[in-house]
Design a protein around this ligand. Structure first.
Ligand code: NAP
Length: 457
């Protein structure tokens, strides 16, 4: 081995260790930041090591790619945190596109001269990569609300999907048997691109967290397969870590939402009849002073943050209100739904940023039994995660998804701007219940005004 190769393998080893340590760090909020820094350092080590690869003789294209990639990547990283899920979906699409293109290039260069193991890995890489590209783009469009969030279905969809799947896998197998047959290879690629679209369009917006983590897993497995094709150890390790952690996350998200993976992936493929509960009556608007009095004389107040708190950046005002109530001897708790917001741990991150202690954060299973003894539940820009239809209406699109049962509290105050629906596009019967009062306005403004109003009580 040359010095350059020793250096390369050493940096890959360091990078792999940093990825493992980074992943370990991400398992707890206290160590998550350090975990991210380690993973980023690992990626930097892998990139720097690769620049010393003995096969690289000309740095011009690499420099062009670096400039192009950075000029796309830097603005992409500047998006507000509320847009992070769609940004992540785009990253998955780019990563998977890179894996597919490397695979296609390898096939174009080496053709049928690739050994049987490499042919299998390459086929898997290109198939998973291609369906992840289009699937992630559709997920990004749904998350950005460029496409409607409710499932998109059409007549004969199930048969079409099944036929597509058979042709895609059939072409994959036929190509492995005869790698010289380009037709099978390119049919597989084409079918995989269409399959990615078909996989995601019938999935409702509320189930997007599971789809995202599953696409993350596919992108990782595709990169691992790329590693086998190129004989690149760091790609195999990083891709496998990504693939399996994404898969474990999908299972955890499914559990949190009381879904089975097959139900999420194939539920939309069937002709499930969904029906919203017909809501009657009107929403009852409450005034700032009324809410301030309720809060000031409560024994226990539970804040339930959702996506609206993130868009309003209301976490600091929420913490300030919490502090004032605690100073008055009121018990204040923060209820965290696992899919509140737009990414796993979204609410934890925001509340941690506002210095809310972890001991004040309660998971759904911990807080629900306490709801009946809660005087005021304050819903801050949450909607789907407090929608009682998920519990009460078996025909609802979100039926079975566990919710924070704020409707069991003695009083509910909902902070939102108007009559906007949740991410699932469903009406929320909670807002029409007699126990609920609506405090309209931007969540940050409402909370800031409440801080002053409570101080005057
Ligand atoms: P949500 O269902 O998206 O509802 C958010 C509510 O916030 C809206 O009804 C909106 O009503 C209100 N809002 C928006 N901006 C506001 C502002 N500035 N001030 C006050 N209110 C504001 O949110 P959620 O209850 O957190 O549920 C999350 C949803 O996202 C679930 O369906 C989940 O499955 C999905 N999802 C989650 C993840 C994840 O990993 N966490 C990822 C992808 C998708 P107005 O317009 O009337 O103000």
């Amino acid at each position: 081995m040359s010095h350059a190769q020793y250096f390369l393998e050493a940096t890959y080893l360091i990078a792999s260790c940093l990825f493992v340590l980074g992943l370990k760090g991400l398992s707890h909020p206290d160590t998550a930041r350090r975990g991210m820094i380690m993973a980023a350092a690992g990626m930097a080590a892998a990139v720097i090591g690769t620049l010393f690869h003995p096969d690289i003789h000309n740095y011009l294209y690499i420099a062009i790619g670096l400039i192009l990639g950075s000029s796309i990547g830097i603005p992409m990283a500047m998006v507000p945190m509320t847009a992070m899920p769609q940004r992540t979906a785009l990253s998955h699409a780019f990563g998977a596109l890179a894996a597919s293109m490397v695979g296609i290039a390898e096939y174009v260069i080496h053709g049928s001269k690739l050994g049987p193991v490499k042919v299998g890995a390459l086929g898997l890489e290109v198939m998973l990569g291609s369906l992840t590209v289009t699937g992630s783009l559709i997920a990004a469009a749904k998350l950005q609300e460029l496409m409607r969030g409710t499932p998109i279905m059409f007549k004969g969809q199930q048969i079409f999907n099944l036929a597509l799947f058979i042709v895609m896998v059939g072409s994959f197998v036929a190509w492995i048997v005869n790698p010289a047959a380009q037709m099978f290879f390119y049919t597989m690629v084409g079918c995989a691109f269409v399959f990615g679209i078909m996989l995601v369009i019938p999935i409702g917006a509320a189930d997007m967290p599971v789809v995202m983590s599953l696409l993350n897993s596919y992108a990782g497995l595709s990169s691992a397969a790329t590693g086998f094709v190129l004989g690149n150890n760091v790609l195999i390790i990083a891709g496998t870590l990504d693939g399996f952690s994404g898969f474990i996350l999908s299972i955890l998200m499914c559990r949190a939402m009381n879904r089975s993976i097959t139900n999420v992936l194939f539920g939309g493929f069937g002709a499930a009849v969904t029906q919203e509960t017909a809501v009657t009556g009107s929403m009852r608007e409450v005034g700032l002073d009324d809410v301030a009095v309720q809060l000031a004389y409560a024994n226990q107040v539970v804040f339930v943050p959702g996506y609206g708190m993130a868009t309003a950046q209301a976490q600091h005002a929420c913490r300030e209100l919490g502090n004032i109530l605690e100073e008055r001897g009121i018990s204040v708790k923060y209820a965290i739904h696992p899919v509140a917001g737009r990414m796993p741990g979204h609410m934890n991150v925001l509340l941690a940023e506002a210095n809310v202690p972890y001991s004040s954060l309660y998971e759904m299973e911990q807080i629900n039994p306490e709801m009946q003894s809660t005087d005021v539940a304050v819903v801050i820009g949450a909607n789907d995660v407090v929608n009682p239809d998920a519990r009460d209406n078996p025909k609802s699109l979100i039926a079975g998804m566990p919710i924070i049962e704020v409707d069991k509290a003695k009083s509910v105050v909902v902070l939102k701007r108007g009559k906007g629906k949740g991410f699932s596009g469903l009406e929320n019967p909670l807002f029409f219940k007699p126990v609920t009062g609506m405090l309209y306005g931007d969540a940050k403004t409402s909370l800031t005004n409440l801080v002053q109003a409570v101080q005057k009580v």
